[in-house]
Design a protein around this ligand. Structure first.
Ligand code: UD1
Length: 319
């Protein structure tokens, strides 16, 4: 049985990956400091997973756990572009120092392969869409720089230290368990909870910015494929769906799905915000066998139903 470790395993994407690994018969351990990850994300599978409370910023906490693993999926991070602008030190420490520690510990500990969660934010604003891995990165925020640096380190650990690594640039992942409770939360988690609570969301800017929203299960499948594909060490791939939707289109679609009329409020554009984002997925299809299964609308409907049930459960537990 393969021993796989997920850093950030109590987070939204991490906990979905843990479930995917268990379904594929892996023996799974997680590393999380529970800064943004939540124990409840692992609740129904807690008896099948070894949960380590450890911090990637502290090498000596994580090195003994990572040693000898077949696969490490490095998803632990402090996400959010605006958070990294308002308070850059914590995100730098987690995203840059933490990633370096994970790679170093993996190399020292003889790990079979590290799959790293990179970010589409590395591209910044490009003249051409969709965005291809060969484009020159133009990060616009500390978060984007931090995630790009992690990729560079992953590639260099492959070439200089013989550690197998693959980086996947995630494109605006959404789905069940994404935490909607902060102003820094992913926009779809906020839109979906606004919809259910019949509140108007705030759109930053004119709402014509676009994103390649990617359903979490498609990302989980790609992570699994990237952990096994041959001849990909040191490489970087887009992990997107290949489409793009503006925020205005998205909010209109959600209102139509739910049959409500709740015009959004508008506020000034956020600093560091990328205008348009869309993945060219040809590389991931060719080398990793990427095969997105969920259309945007399918993913939205599944996620909406998850939030609806979750709200009902929370309501029931308060009553
Ligand atoms: C960026 C990355 C993404 C990464 C994420 C981590 C890009 C293109 N994408 O996402 O790959 O996973 O960081 O945090 O760089 N917005 C609103 N109202 C809200 C919240 C957000 O209008 O209440 C807007 C934002 O200004 C932005 C868009 O929605 O234009 C998406 O924001 P968000 O979900 O935070 O993700 P990105 O910053 O695009």
């Amino acid at each position: 049985m393969k021993r796989s470790i997920v850093t950030g395993g109590a987070g939204f994407i991490g906990s979905a990956l843990v479930r995917g690994l268990l379904r594929s018969g892996h023996c799974v351990e997680t590393i999380d400091n529970f800064a943004t990850g939540k124990r409840e994300n692992l609740d129904e599978i807690s008896d099948q997973v070894k949960v380590h409370t450890a911090d990637i910023r502290r090498y000596h906490e994580i090195a003994p756990i990572l040693a000898g693993a077949d696969r490490v999926f490095h998803l632990a991070a402090i996400p959010s572009v605006p958070k990294s602008i308002l308070d850059p030190v914590p995100s730098h420490e987690a995203n840059v120092d933490g990633t370096f520690n994970v790679l170093r510990a993996a190399a020292q500990g003889g790990v079979g392969r590290v799959v790293y969660a990179a970010s589409s934010s590395a591209y910044g604003d490009t003249e051409v869409l969709p965005k291809v891995e060969t484009m020159l990165p133009r990060p616009k925020s500390p978060y984007a720089v931090q995630k790009l640096l992690g990729e560079y380190y992953a590639s260099v650990f492959a070439s200089c230290f013989g550690l197998e690594t693959v980086s996947l640039r995630f494109f605006n992942v959404f789905g069940p368990r994404q935490d909607p409770t902060s102003v820094y939360s992913g926009v779809l988690s906020i839109f979906l909870t606004c919809l259910l609570e019949r509140r108007k969301p705030t759109i930053y800017g004119d709402g014509e910015q676009s994103r390649d929203f990617t359903f979490v299960e498609d990302v989980v499948n790609l992570l699994l494929k990237a952990s096994e594909a041959p001849n990909v060490s040191g490489k970087v791939y887009n992990a997107g769906n290949g489409n793009r939707y503006t925020l205005n289109e998205t909010w209109a679609l959600l209102q139509a799905i739910e049959g409500v009329d709740l015009p959004a409020k508008y506020a000034p554009e956020r600093p560091g915000d990328v205008r348009d984002s869309q993945a060219d997925v040809a590389g991931a299809v060719r080398d990793l066998g990427h095969e997105p299964q969920y259309s945007f609308e399918q993913g939205l409907r599944l996620t909406l139903e998850w939030y609806r049930l979750d709200q009902a459960k929370r309501g029931a537990s308060i009553a």
